[in-house]
Design a protein around this ligand. Structure first.
Ligand code: C2E
Ligand code: CA
Ligand code: CA
Length: 583
């Protein structure tokens, strides 16, 4: 273990003391000379000693270069020394002292505000107890080596003519981007740009003019991209741009329009007007390819299509996918203010008791008629509203509608019904559901027993405990719980015993399957039997034919819901489906 040569000195005034103490300086030199040879290999640099306890740094050697001082020996307080470093590099250095030996490369700025790269190399110093008290080593100026390194990096990574990424470097960058996009579940666009008739420019105006043309185009391209790292010169007259994190096809259209517009006017190269056009092929990550090679292949075949269609145009690899994405984008945009624009409303589908054909409740189903897009089914917009969390305000709207309609029915003298509301997992997990529910109970003075909440199994599979706790709370308040779409997901009978369920809704697909498949029949019959033993009411969904009704009756299914009886209807049309008590 190295002993600290300063350790027994009592420092009064740090700088003056050390600077006037020649013995000390000699001690320092001697200490250095006795140190590990490798440690004190000094190139354009200084020796460094750091004393943590007293918070100072001693530099000895050619201080001119490093800190622009003519003194051979400089003593700096930590604050003075810190000013040399960028960001928190100084703190990083101090943290690194916990390692026995240190070998760091950092960029610093000397007191003339000149940037230089230094290598800090050395060993920590410990006291008798093994505590780290300092550091001894050297600072070497490695700016020249770094510059060479950068230059070398430029040579192997960038295209010499245009300064854009070369193929190899671009591939590395995009592979990294692909990983980020997978992690964040995002889309990216791979855009291949090929100049039309570039050979003609070379042939008619000479290679030099061709080069100048490429340089000029590249400079314009650099200004269009979000970051130059996303652009590449792929071959002589072919360029690739990656558009990261795109949400809509419009972003791609916007970008490719800008690219095309770079060719609207001729370029003036060595006093000559040179005019050309460009063809563009676009592929999408992850839809058209999940690796650099497959994206390239897809973009290349889109480009081929653009060329054979007459050049000077853009082609998507897969038009169908881009239409889909566009629609998702439109729906997402429309959903943001659909409620404000009163485009959403709720319809009601009756549930009928099989033993007496009476309606004893309804399911509330959301509808959206967008002024811009037209009518959109909930099967399409609910998942999008979930992924954007817009389901929270939308779900609140549905609940409020239902409470207000129940209030109306109660005021009209009906009280033998329930209205079911579909809940989304996002609402259940949000945390605000129970309190919102309670506030509606108070506002409308509606007892929760008139409300049924429909949930699906998959909702309970996600963060199960929290969701079940929330459901339990709603059930304690008096609402009943229905398990929706049974037969489409896990269909775990286990759930029936473990969850707080009052109603089981057998999915329409089960009924359809039953016709062809005897197994489905047995399963339904057994599920009904089991449910009854567990005191669970069974509802069959999507009943369309009389035959189904008769069969369901024969196996003791409690209720049905489906087009056979009624499609979902506007509220005014369903009121008279209910009978008043005692009438
Ligand atoms: P769901 O909860 O399974 O609702 C039943 C769906 O089946 C409804 O479709 C209904 O119109 C349809 N249906 C009813 N009877 C028949 C029939 O006899 N034959 C056929 N072919 N279909 C029938 P809808 O209204 O398009 O809703 C689709 C899904 O959207 C719902 O499935 C539900 O998961 C979701 N949804 C609807 N409204 C809401 C809501 O307010 N909140 C939430 N979170 N989801 C909702
Ligand atoms: Ca439902
Ligand atoms: Ca259902």
């Amino acid at each position: 273990m190295k002993k600290d040569f300063f350790s027994n000195k009592d420092v009064v005034s740090l700088k003056n003391y050390y600077l006037n103490n020649k013995v000390l300086i000699n001690n320092f030199k001697e200490f250095l000379l006795n140190s590990n040879d490798a440690l004190i290999k000094l190139v354009n640099g200084v020796y460094i000693y750091i004393n943590i306890e007293k918070a100072f740094v001693m530099l000895y050697g050619d201080n001119k270069n490093i800190i622009n001082s003519n003194e051979e020996l400089c003593i700096l307080t930590f604050d003075e020394f810190k000013k040399l470093f960028y960001n928190d590099d100084f703190e990083k250095l101090i943290d690194a002292l916990s390692n026995a030996s240190i070998n760091l490369e950092v960029k610093i700025r000397n007191y003339k505000s000149k940037d230089l790269w230094i290598k800090i190399k050395g060993e920590n110093i410990k006291d008798e107890k093994g505590q780290i008290v300092g550091f001894i080593g050297c600072l070497n100026d490695i700016t020249r080596e770094k510059k060479l390194e950068v230059e070398l990096e430029r040579l192997v990574s960038y295209d010499e003519l245009t300064g854009l990424n070369n193929k190899k470097n671009f591939k590395r960058i995009i592979n990294e981007e692909i990983r980020n996009h997978i992690r964040l579940k995002k889309r990216g666009a791979f855009i291949m740009i090929n100049l039309d008739n570039f050979k003609f420019i070379n042939d008619s105006c000479g290679h030099e003019a061709g080069d100048l043309y490429l340089i000029e185009f590249s400079n314009k391209l650099k200004k269009l991209v979000r970051d130059e790292k996303y652009a590449c010169r792929f071959s002589v007259d072919e360029f690739i741009v990656f558009l990261p994190y795109i949400n809509s096809i419009e972003e791609i259209n916007d970008f490719t329009r800008k690219i095309m517009s770079l060719f609207e006017n001729s370029y003036i190269i060595s006093d000559k007007n040179i005019y050309t056009t460009t063809s563009i092929g676009v592929s999408l990550f992850p839809d058209d390819g999940q690796s650099f090679e497959s994206l390239l292949k897809s973009a290349d075949s889109a480009l081929y299509k653009a060329k054979t269609n007459g050049k000077n145009q853009k082609q998507m690899f897969n038009d169908k996918i881009s239409e889909e994405i566009n629609r998702i984008y439109l729906i997402h945009k429309g959903l943001r203010n659909a409620l404000e624009k009163n485009e959403m409303y709720v319809v009601f589908q009756p549930k009928i008791k099989l033993h007496n054909n009476e309606v004893d409740g309804f399911e509330a189903l959301l509808r959206w008629n967008s002024r811009e897009i037209g009518f959109i089914s909930p099967g399409e917009f609910i998942p999008i509203s979930e992924s954007t969390r817009l389901i929270i305000p939308i779900g609140k709207f549905v609940l409020r509608e239902v409470f207000s309609k129940i209030r109306y029915l109660l005021d009209e003298g009906y009280d033998n019904f329930k209205i079911a509301v579909n809940l989304s997992e996002i609402q259940l997990r949000d945390g605000g559901l129970v309190s919102y529910f309670n506030s509606l109970v108070k506002e409308y003075n509606v007892p929760p027993k008139y409300i049924e909440l429909e949930i699906t199994e998959s909702m309970l599979m996600k963060s199960v405990d929290n969701n079940i706790e929330c459901l339990m709370e709603l059930k304690r308040l008096g609402a009943s719980i229905a398990l929706d779409d049974f037969g489409t997901g896990y269909s775990s009978l286990n759930h029936l015993t473990k969850l707080p369920i009052d109603v089981l809704k057998i999915d329409r697909s089960f009924l359809i399957d039953m016709k062809k498949n005897n197994k489905s029949k047995y399963i339904i019959e057994n599920i009904i039997e089991l449910s009854h033993k567990l005191n669970i009411t069974v509802v069959a969904e999507g009943v369309e034919e009389e035959e189904q009704v008769e069969y369901l009756k024969s196996i003791n299914c409690d209720k049905v819901q489906g087009y056979y009886y009624s499609k979902p209807q506007e509220f005014d049309n369903i009121i008279n489906m209910l009978s008043k008590k005692g009438i």
